[in-house]
Structures are given as C-alpha cells and as structure tokens.
Write a protein that binds this ligand. Structure first.
Ligand code: ATP
Ligand code: MG
Length: 261
C-alpha cells in the first residue's frame, strides 16, 4: 500500500503520483514521464479535474473512428500502461484491435516490461515488443521504430501523452490520430484529428464504455458522428472553458481561511 490517507484533500492526485513512481521503480516509466505527468496535472487543475463536454464530444467521435477503422491500433507508452492498463486492454478487446508498445525513450527492456504488464491485465495481442522493425519516416532510431503489423499499417491510431513530432509524423503518413492529452495547447493536441482533453485515467474507461455503446449502431450513424465532429471547435471549447472557469473563480474569490468556516 501507498499509505496515503483517504481523507487527504488531494487523495486521488497523490495515488496517481505514487502509481507512477512505483512504475518508475519497476522500469516501466522513465523520469521524463514523471515530468510529463506534472505538466498534465496542471491542466487537469484548470479543467476542474472532471471530464468536461469537450472531452465527451471527442470521446464519441473517437469511438466512432475506432469502430469504423479497418486497422485500429492502440499505442501504449510507459505512463499510459502505468495509469490505464486495464481500460486499454478492455478497449482493445472491444475493438478486436492490437495494443502496441510504442516508446519515445525506447529500450528493449522497457518495451518488454510494458508488454508483460499488459499481458498480466489480460491483453491478447501486444505488438511492438520484439517486432518493432519498421520505421516511421522522418523520426530517428529508436524513437521511430514500430511494428509492421501495427502502427505502420494502421489507419487509425490512438495515442496518449504523445510527443508532438511523433503525432505529426503519423499524420504525415496519412493516419487518423486520436490523442488523449490534458494540454489543449500541446503540439499533439493541435496536430491530432480528434483530441480528448482529459486525464487518461478518466478518458480511457469512458472511451471503452462509449465503444461498447456505439458498437451495435449502424455504420451510417457512426459516419454521421464523425462528419459532425469539429476538432477545432472542441479545442477552442477547452480553451474557452478554462478561461471562463478562471474568471468565475476570480469573481467568487478563492482564498481559504481555515479559521472562518
Ligand atoms: P507536445 O510534444 O505534444 O507539444 P509537450 O512537449 O508539451 O507536448 P510532452 O511531454 O511531449 O509535452 O507530452 C506529454 C503530454 O501529456 C503533455 O501535453 C501533458 O499535458 C499530457 N499528460 C500528462 N499526463 C497526462 C494524463 N494523466 N492524462 C492525459 N494527458 C496527460
Ligand atoms: Mg513534446
């Protein structure tokens, strides 16, 4: 156990940090991943640490795109595995899609550990561990190594906490990119076709639930969901939401006084 008291006002935030530090000890997360999480936390604070309308809309479009895809692939890095392995495996199962270990700071050892973690959570098909033999054009080795059966031939790729250059390279290859990223200003968020501005710990279970719900719908309905989706509107919505929320908080006053209840 982590020993964090449930009564702590920032309980969940501390639990997630502890989970990442533990994953770092196990060689699943890199130190840079801990820094990336801190950046994400900041934006989570700004959106109120809840799934907002712009994320719900993006999740619906993402579910439709994944269900319509011929070769959907779910890309998994260290942070994603540490924070959302169970939901990612469930999502892959619902879609009949492979998970692919895809690392910015790739070592074979870390890829193997993440693959094992996914298998422990019941993953059926895990690519990118010993078959990352293909290369994303424009990215240096080992940063750009992918599986020829997975990301290389995928038409739709789900990435989380991804780097902007890699997102751009995937777009250049003609792939539809769905990103989970708390920062609506990141290059990844702006470069993706569909950006889910939400914490991965909330976004992945919601996405799996939405895939399950839309799975039975006719193709036309899914195509309509996608046609009606506008990522620019969603990103602008996230920025405006943050601005308006901060204005409201400033007007209400946020100073706390423990002596005056
Ligand atoms: P980019 O390269 O896309 O411009 P960046 O360089 O600002 O982004 P990176 O460290 O490359 O940041 O990517 C990590 C991204 O993951 C950040 O945008 C961060 O907000 C996001 N992030 C971190 N933790 C989470 C989380 N738990 N859920 C969702 N997103 C997260
Ligand atoms: Mg980056």
């Amino acid at each position: 156990g982590h020993g964090i008291p449930r009564s702590h006002p920032r309980y969940w935030s501390l639990v997630l940090r502890e989970r990442l530090v533990e994953a770092w000890r196990q060689g699943i997360v890199v130190p840079e991943g801990l820094i990336a999480h801190g950046r994400g936390e900041c934006f989570d604070y700004l959106i109120g640490e809840e799934t907002q309308w712009f994320a719900r809309e993006a999740v619906r479009a993402a579910a439709a795109a994944l269900l319509l895809a011929e070769h959907p692939v779910i890309s998994v890095n260290g942070n994603a595995a540490a924070l959302a392995a169970e939901g990612l495996v469930r999502l892959a199962d619902l879609l009949g899609a492979p998970l692919e270990v895809n690392l910015f700071y790739r070592t074979e050892e870390r890829a193997r550990r993440i693959g094992e973690l996914l298998r422990r959570h019941g993953a059926r098909r895990v690519l990118g561990v010993d078959d990352a033999t293909a290369r994303i054009p424009g990215l240096p080795h080992p940063r750009g190594m992918v599986s020829p059966e997975g990301i290389l031939r995928a038409d739709v790729v789900l990435v989380a906490l991804e780097d902007g250059d890699r997102t751009e390279a995937l777009r250049r290859m003609g792939k539809t990119v769905i990103a989970i990223d708390l920062n609506p200003l990141s290059r990844t968020a702006r470069m993706a076709d569909i950006t889910i501005v939400d914490n991965i710990v909330r976004a992945v279970p919601l996405l799996a639930e939405t895939v399950q719900e839309l799975k039975e719908k006719p193709r036309e309905e899914l195509e309509n969901v996608l046609r009606g989706y506008d990522n620019d509107r969603v990103l602008a919505g996230a920025l405006r939401f943050i601005k308006e929320r901060l204005e409201k908080l400033a007007e209400e006053g946020i100073a706390m006084d423990p002596r005056r209840q």
